[in-house]
Write a protein that binds this ligand. Sequence first.
Ligand SMILES: *[C@@H]1O[C@H](CO)[C@@H](O)[C@H](O)[C@H]1NC(C)=O
Ligand SMILES: *[C@@H]1O[C@H](CO)[C@@H](O)[C@H](O)[C@H]1NC(C)=O
Ligand SMILES: *[C@@H]1O[C@H](CO)[C@@H](O)[C@H](O)[C@H]1NC(C)=O
Ligand SMILES: *[C@@H]1O[C@H](CO)[C@@H](O)[C@H](O)[C@H]1NC(C)=O
Ligand SMILES: *[C@@H]1O[C@H](CO)[C@@H](O)[C@H](O)[C@H]1NC(C)=O
Ligand SMILES: *[C@@H]1O[C@H](CO)[C@@H](O)[C@H](O)[C@H]1NC(C)=O
Ligand SMILES: *[C@@H]1O[C@H](CO)[C@@H](O)[C@H](O)[C@H]1NC(C)=O
Ligand SMILES: *[C@@H]1O[C@H](CO)[C@@H](O)[C@H](O)[C@H]1NC(C)=O
Ligand SMILES: *[C@@H]1O[C@H](CO)[C@@H](O)[C@H](O)[C@H]1NC(C)=O
Ligand SMILES: *[C@@H]1O[C@H](CO)[C@@H](O)[C@H](O)[C@H]1NC(C)=O
Ligand SMILES: *[C@@H]1O[C@H](CO)[C@@H](O)[C@H](O)[C@H]1NC(C)=O
Ligand SMILES: *[C@@H]1O[C@H](CO)[C@@H](O)[C@H](O)[C@H]1NC(C)=O
Length: 472
Amino acid sequence: MTRQLLIAVVILFSTLIQAKPSTSQIQLPQSPTLSLSVTDFGAAGDGVRYDTKPIQFAVDACSAASAGCGVCHVVFPPGTYLTATVFLKSGVVLEIQRGAKVLGGTRLEDYPKEERRWYVVVAEDATEVGITGGGEINGQGLEFVQRFDERKNVMVSWNRTGACLGDECRPRLVGFLRCRNVRVWNVNLTQPAYWCLHIVGCENTSIRDVSIYGDFNTPNNDGIDIEDSNNTVITRCTIDTGDDAICPKTYTAPLYNLTATDCWIRTKSSAIKLGSASWFEFKGLVFDNITIVDSHRGLGLQIRDGGNVSDITFANINISTRYYDPSWWGRAEPIYVTTCPRHRNAKTGTISNLQFINITSISENGIFLSGSRGGLLRNLKFFNVNLTYRRWTNYSGGLVDYRPGCQGLVKHSIAGIIMEHIEGLEVENVNMRWSEDRSGPWDNPLDFRPSTVNNISLLNFHSGQLYTVTDL
Ligand SMILES: *[C@@H]1O[C@H](CO)[C@@H](O)[C@H](O)[C@H]1NC(C)=O
Ligand SMILES: *[C@@H]1O[C@H](CO)[C@@H](O)[C@H](O)[C@H]1NC(C)=O
Ligand SMILES: *[C@@H]1O[C@H](CO)[C@@H](O)[C@H](O)[C@H]1NC(C)=O
Ligand SMILES: *[C@@H]1O[C@H](CO)[C@@H](O)[C@H](O)[C@H]1NC(C)=O
Ligand SMILES: *[C@@H]1O[C@H](CO)[C@@H](O)[C@H](O)[C@H]1NC(C)=O
Ligand SMILES: *[C@@H]1O[C@H](CO)[C@@H](O)[C@H](O)[C@H]1NC(C)=O
Ligand SMILES: *[C@@H]1O[C@H](CO)[C@@H](O)[C@H](O)[C@H]1NC(C)=O
Ligand SMILES: *[C@@H]1O[C@H](CO)[C@@H](O)[C@H](O)[C@H]1NC(C)=O
Ligand SMILES: *[C@@H]1O[C@H](CO)[C@@H](O)[C@H](O)[C@H]1NC(C)=O
Ligand SMILES: *[C@@H]1O[C@H](CO)[C@@H](O)[C@H](O)[C@H]1NC(C)=O
Ligand SMILES: *[C@@H]1O[C@H](CO)[C@@H](O)[C@H](O)[C@H]1NC(C)=O
Ligand SMILES: *[C@@H]1O[C@H](CO)[C@@H](O)[C@H](O)[C@H]1NC(C)=O
């Protein structure tokens, strides 16, 4: 791409949209990175007028300009850019600068016809794409709240269009669908109306220094959902939201090699959740150096559709889990490993080679490990794990949570670890410390239920009263 051709491309698009003559300089390559500013294409950046066309022209020009010579940045200088769906193209990185905000529209006509493409920013079948710059993409999620409710908000659903059924018909924030070499670095993703960052069928994705701020009372306000994708790295993320924070799923293909490190998470559902969509294999996942606070569930595997799970490591994780309203999945379990058939005739996946190393937790409920007939948990290992059990909310306990599907919520006394359908469990250097329980007796460390548990080894396992507050 020559300098002249690039200028021609820019002038062509500027003319097309009849932008006012631009006074700012187009930054041309000193380094190999090209960049175009949306303001040169006529974006107002006033948060009132829609900037959809200028943004899309800039992306298209940038993609053309980058062809064959690396990536091109579409720059958003400080300002607020209201927009309908932006289609990100190959070779383009959105550089949303500090002080700049991309604001998703809240009208149905701001999104494409097909519900599966309802995103504020979406890349489809693209390579070398990304988002960076230190600024923000904001989905105006609170505008989709029909009725605020501390228990759980009631949300607008665009289900009358026929594009989508049920009560989950709202746009997601950012999607990468069937992409290669994706980077999402240093950006704030805030107020998604539905899921926030959605990675589907991608290869080689890097998510780094991303902060996600959803709403604590909004259902389906997931943080990062990774589906059917290989080789994904998530690091240095902050996620504070209502629903599952990091959530690998398999719908149409397996998911291999996902690493998430150095993250801080708060959620009213699961901090880490595998599933519940689990039709294909999950293999080679590592979660390391993660802090989980105030959540309804810490580390969760909710396998329901026949996919098998293996070679998963959780290491160096501090967890605090408590009860919330039971309409949210989760029962304050720090660790939850389950596989059962979603429906009576569905398949059951197995879960094997799972390690939990260097874990500390304080929680209102114990660990739940439940395989099922035809879907065993095999070869689980807990090494260096300190569990503190205490109650501090008024929600009642005494329920075991098999949702979604399976046996649902079942009355059962709680325990330090409940185990069923397990073949091979090693427990080494594990401490359970108990504080007095205000809601009745809760002092059973290990509950084998029913007797479907084989080959357990306990080495240096302690369970006892928590005597002093400083032990916390
Ligand atoms: C993201 O948002 C948080 C909270 O609003 C703010 O403190 C932080 O500076 C923002 N970060 C970036 C990169 O804009
Ligand atoms: C449409 O969404 C509303 C609001 O969430 C919900 O109450 C209703 O059941 C949904 N209707 C259909 C047909 O899915
Ligand atoms: C993965 O993506 C990054 C950034 O997009 C790129 O630099 C790297 O070369 C890619 N790795 C492979 C193996 O393609
Ligand atoms: C992930 O790897 C598996 C196994 O090699 C392959 O079948 C699948 O297509 C890959 N997925 C993607 C998105 O590349
Ligand atoms: C997963 O990572 C392993 C080890 O780095 C590698 O051998 C394997 O090819 C990767 N799988 C996929 C599907 O890329
Ligand atoms: C763990 O992650 C935090 C960020 O959440 C980071 O500050 C810290 O350096 C990481 N620790 C290690 C040992 O990498
Ligand atoms: C967990 O807590 C311990 C003790 O307070 C601290 O040393 C460690 O850095 C914490 N780790 C994480 C991942 O938060
Ligand atoms: C899971 O493993 C079982 C037993 O090895 C196998 O029969 C089944 O096909 C696997 N499921 C999937 C979805 O690959
Ligand atoms: C567990 O913690 C110990 C002590 O801090 C450390 O030496 C070891 O590397 C950790 N193990 C893992 C798998 O991170
Ligand atoms: C667990 O507690 C023991 C005793 O207080 C301490 O030595 C050990 O480092 C703790 N381990 C973890 C993973 O927090
Ligand atoms: C629990 O209930 C008691 C008595 O009803 C009340 O005083 C207290 O504030 C409640 N605590 C919480 C955390 O809701
Ligand atoms: C019991 O489990 C250990 C590892 O946890 C394994 O090495 C051993 O072969 C198992 N024994 C039987 C009889 O399955």
